[in-house]
Design a protein around this ligand. Structure first.
Ligand SMILES: NC(=O)c1ccc[n+]([C@@H]2O[C@H](COP(=O)([O-])OP(=O)(O)OC[C@H]3O[C@@H](n4cnc5c(N)ncnc54)[C@H](O)[C@@H]3O)[C@@H](O)[C@H]2O)c1
Length: 334
């Protein structure tokens, strides 16, 4: 039996708990949650024991692995303590929101000899799995140009995330698109340039970037443009808009994830979302499949991927984007 603990009982911690419970030979032992209100809610809703801190969780339970689902800026301490306790790790994206923290996590993982996966969930997203397969099969040719638009409505920074002022559309959204640009092209990023704008969210009480445009150039001179905004109007049918385009030397791929295949046109047009859902009473969808893959890989003794080095690379790129926002200077990534 593989015994897993979860640190952070918010939106993602709950998803992980339900997903991991579907895997044979896996037990979610308990959850660490430092907000008494969130701890009470998950105990009540999902009947799982809770501890008030990750230290208490690690001391109170015999664990083999842990999922870190705390806010972006709070991955470091539980990840370091878990690695030192010999626990394998699944860490939410971004691995950390500073290169310093991400490097410390990488070093602790290597020193402890544990395995660590970083939760770039689009690796399990059917549209991107198909795109990567087409690229691997040679159907697209050389990937020349990529364009990613991944944005949220105001509701995400203003209502859904209590810690949005300590994050940004760059830290919350761009880890996904930077990961995809590298994974789909199979290329090493060489340089990044970015511009951004702020003011609308600050006027509404959340002092962070409203939007970021980044240009990622690979070692061979091909490139990806990435746009992430936190200021889409709340009248949009979904809180997330996600469009991705790959232009290759032989073919082009277009992916649109906004409606997720379902429109609901009542008083207002809505895209209710089909990514996280129950089928026959069992959680399904690509975030669930990622969690299941983590547990199954550990049970099989297989290597975890994407791993901690890749997580560090993504943090490196996203930090370089934020540095460029401040001083306007392109950053070399090599
Ligand atoms: N699609 C995705 O890939 C995706 C989507 C959403 C969030 N995320 C990532 O997942 C992580 C969690 O996001 P979320 O939306 O679940 O946030 P959330 O705010 O809903 O939940 C975070 C929880 O962690 C708890 N917490 C904070 N510090 C803690 C600590 N030291 N010990 C124990 N608990 C602690 C908070 O009280 C909160 O309940 C973030 O890194 C975020 O970027 C990924």
């Amino acid at each position: 039996m593989l015994r897993i603990g979860i640190v952070g009982a918010g939106t993602r911690g709950r998803m992980y708990l339900r997903a991991l419970r579907t895997v044979p030979d896996v037990a979610v032992a308990a959850v660490a949650e430092n907000s008494p209100r969130a701890a009470e809610a998950i105990e009540r809703d999902l009947a799982v024991p809770t501890y008030p801190s990750h230290e208490a969780l690690f001391a109170g339970e015999r664990l083999d692995a842990v999922v870190i689902a705390t806010p972006d800026f709070a991955h470091r301490t539980p990840a370091l303590d878990a690695a030192r306790a010999g626990l394998h790790l699944l860490i939410e994206k971004p691995l950390a929101n500073t290169v310093e923290d991400a490097t410390a996590i990488r070093d602790a993982v290597h020193a402890a000899g544990v395995q660590c996966m970083v939760a770039f969930e689009n690796r399990w997203n059917p549209a991107f799995v198909r795109a990567r397969a087409a690229i691997d099969a040679g159907a697209v040719g050389n990937v020349l140009s990529q364009s990613a638009h991944l944005s949220n409505t105001y509701a995400v920074p203003l209502s859904m995330l209590s810690w949005s002022a300590q994050s940004s559309p760059g830290w919350f959204l761009m880890p996904h698109t930077v990961d995809l640009a590298i994974w789909l092209s199979g290329k090493r990023p060489a340089r990044v340039y970015a511009t951004g704008f702020r003011g609308e969210l600050a006027r509404r009480g959340v002092d962070t970037w409203d939007g970021i445009h980044a240009l990622l150039t690979f070692e061979d001179g091909t490139s990806a443009t990435l746009e992430s905004l936190w200021v889409l109007p709340d009248s949009m049918p979904s809180v997330v808009d996600f469009k991705y385009r790959v232009i290759g030397s032989h073919a082009a791929l277009y992916i649109d994830q906004q409606d997720q295949g379902l429109w609901s046109a009542g008083e207002r047009l809505r895209f209710p979302g089909t990514t996280v859902l129950d089928v026959d009473g069992t959680p399904q969808g690509f975030p669930t499949w990622m969690a299941v893959s983590f547990a199954r890989s550990l049970l099989a003794g297989a290597a975890l991927s994407p791993g901690v080095e890749h997580g560090l690379l993504i943090t490196h790129v996203v930090q370089a984007i934020h540095e460029c926002l401040v001083d306007g200077s392109p950053r070399s990534l090599t």
